[in-house]
Ligand binder design. Structure first.
Ligand code: SPV
Ligand code: MN
Length: 615
């Protein structure tokens, strides 16, 4: 029955492609979505070069993307009201409540979103893509199917994820997969989603399906990006691994690369850090324990990065990729008359006229409220394949992953958090650094930027399980490791009188110090919050890495620990977790220990501890 229905709806060529995959769950899923969304035709991508070319071509013909000057480059605009992740419209469908997370009773949510998707693809082509998160035929592999009516979305996924049509064919009935359904909904005259007020992004863990409608922004529409993270996190908990909002990079050690994974909230230095050293991934990491060793892969094979502020001097590798021929989708940038692309902070001279996400643009243009319209949206992005980067690590697709030596948690905190600290051990790091992250909100999510918000593991936006249980999974994961990765906290944004206390390039020194610590080449100062670098080591590393003098005053300003503020923070975090009954006991004991250390030091040194007095 199902097959007959599909044959009728798909036509011979597309039906053959589906029939190659001997999987009844897939057939049922496709027929359900076809009958729900009612497309005029269906395109099933096998991931062949011809199929990829077809999607690229249709993205241009449909107007979803516009050609830019450099071959392979295109520009896409999202609706002006749909320029970032929409927290307020994103819900996990489940009947129980989860702390800090938008949940919605499953039946109500399904009814609503299915109602919005009914007939949504009338007169449109429905696109179907098959992908793997993580290297194929590896223990990390997670299969997924994307259905969308947006050529831009499928084009992005063809860049960002491994095609896995062949894996579906090979595994047949045995293929178990995540499901993503997306529709832009009705479009306005400029091609934007018209009913953004009815934007809904609903994640249904029970069926491992995500529904996304009346939205275009990649973070809301590209299923395999952050929507899948909510689902893989649940699998990770069930199977005892970690699905994280982390980059993965190789940093040069004495005997070859050491691999680090780092979780930072969006727009807080993550992509730029991932360009230092050898690149494996910039956004998401799957970490599993094999024989007592933590190993990591990047589920993605491309980057959907923030373009704001990218310039030739600070980001030479990204700059090169964005200025050479090759596949790039720019979103929400400024497109000049001759197809040149501009964005805030690019350092290029702006054109007299152009087009951005708000329409026609000229220098000094004002909106209705009289504010100057920016060149590009602060969350404007670029989408590129990893292989465009000259620093791509040769093991980026290794089916066994690479061993993780260090995990970094980065926050954006202009006032209090030191630029760099090493946790005493796994538990201390998980609890006082990862689980305790507070960070200033950025433009990557809708809402007022600048406010300090709790964002444990930089993963709160993508949390689909109870936070207490999530922390327990982390703690237990560490227990399965013979030599757990060292854990670091970093903050690139510490400021005084509105001026950053560290330079953009200083992060290279921080990474080098971590590598030295992993290889036991340097000592550290013991403080109540963890180990800090010795001034003498940093002085040497600044010279080695950046050929820069590093004076003792800079060190003192950067690394003075505001014990009183750390004390307040630990209390805030304690309060948060004490309201989550599932929180493991170690969280409280670890925070209490930190608090008593802080108190002891405060008694001896007062509220601010200058680490120079300890070395
Ligand atoms: C982020 O904001 O963390 C991103 C882009 O990586 S998004 O897909 O919007 O999540
Ligand atoms: Mn991200």
């Amino acid at each position: 029955m199902v097959l007959e229905y599909l044959e009728e709806k798909l036509g011979r060529v597309m039906f053959e492609r589906v029939k190659q995959i001997n999987n009844s769950k897939l057939h049922a899923f496709l027929s359900e979505v076809i009958s729900l969304c009612d497309p005029s035709s269906v395109f099933v991508s096998t991931g062949s070069l011809e199929d990829y070319e077809y999607i690229r071509r249709r993205a241009l013909e449909s107007g979803e993307e516009l050609p830019a000057m450099i071959p392979g480059h295109t520009v896409h605009f999202d609706s002006p009201l749909d320029q970032a992740r929409a927290r307020g419209d994103t819900f996990i469908l489940m009947d129980e409540k989860l702390p800090f997370i938008n949940t919605k009773p499953r039946r109500d949510g399904l009814e609503e979103v299915i109602g919005l998707l009914r007939g949504a693809m009338k007169d449109r082509e429905m696109l179907v893509g098959f992908y793997s998160l993580g290297p194929k035929k590896s223990p990390f592999q997670v299969l997924a199917v994307q259905i969308t009516d947006s050529y831009y979305v499928l084009h992005s996924e063809n860049i960002l994820y491994r095609n896995a049509y062949d894996e579906f064919v090979r595994l047949g009935e045995g293929a178990d997969f995540l499901k993503f359904i997306h529709s832009q909904g009705v479009l306005d005259e400029r091609g934007g989603s018209k009913n953004v007020d009815k934007r809904r992004i609903y994640i249904d863990p029970a069926s491992e399906t995500v529904y996304s409608v009346n939205t275009q922004y990649g973070g809301n529409s590209i299923g395999l990006k952050k929507l899948s993270l909510r689902l893989t996190m649940i699998r990770a908990l069930r199977e005892g691994w970690l699905a994280e909002h982390m980059f993965v990079i190789g940093v040069y050690g004495r005997n070859g690369p050491l691999y680090f994974a780092g979780a930072y909230p969006s727009a807080s230095g993550k992509t730029s850090t991932s360009m230092i050293g050898r690149l494996i991934g910039d956004d998401i990491a799957f970490i599993r324990a094999f024989d007592g060793e933590a190993r990591v892969v990047n589920p993605e094979i491309g980057i959907f990065g923030i373009i704001d502020g990218v310039n030739a001097k600070d980001d030479p590798l990204i700059w090169e990729v964005l200025n050479k021929p090759g596949e790039v989708i720019f979103s929400n940038v400024l497109l000049g008359k001759n197809g040149e692309v501009f964005w805030n902070g690019s350092g290029k001279d702006l054109p007299a006229r152009g087009k951005n996400y708000l329409g026609e643009w000229w220098p000094g243009k004002k909106d209705e409220k009289g504010s100057v319209v920016p060149t590009s949206h602060p969350n404007a992005r670029f989408t590129v394949p990893l292989f465009s980067f000259p620093n791509l690590d040769p093991r980026y697709d290794d089916p066994e992953g690479v061993a993780v030596s260090a995990i970094i948690y980065g926050v954006r905190d202009s006032a209090n958090v030191v630029p760099l600290v090493e946790a005493f051990d796994w538990l201390h790091g998980v609890v006082t650094i990862g689980a305790s992250m507070e960070t200033e909100r950025t433009t990557a999510v809708l809402g007022k930027p600048g406010e300090l918000e709790f964002n444990p593991f930089a993963n709160l936006d993508f949390m689909s399980i109870n936070l207490g249980v999530y922390v327990r999974n982390h703690i237990e994961f560490g227990r399965r490791l013979r030599n757990p990765p060292k854990i670091y906290g970093v903050n690139y944004f510490l400021s005084e009188n509105g001026k950053y206390l560290t330079d953009k390039e200083d992060k290279k020194v921080w990474l080098k110090w971590m590598a030295c610590r992993v290889e036991e080449e340097v000592e550290a100062v013991t403080t109540p919050i963890g180990y800090l670098p010795l001034y003498s080591d940093l002085k040497k590393l600044f010279m080695d890495v950046l050929s820069k003098e590093y004076d003792v005053e800079a060190y003192k300003k950067q690394f003075t620990i505001k014990l009183d503020k750390y004390d307040e923070k630990a209390r805030r975090i304690l309060r948060i977790y004490s309201e989550i009954p599932e929180t493991p006991a170690e969280v409280f004991t670890t925070l209490e220990e930190q608090l008593s250390r802080l108190r002891r030091y405060m008694q001896e040194y007062g509220p601010h501890l200058n680490p120079l007095v300890l070395q």
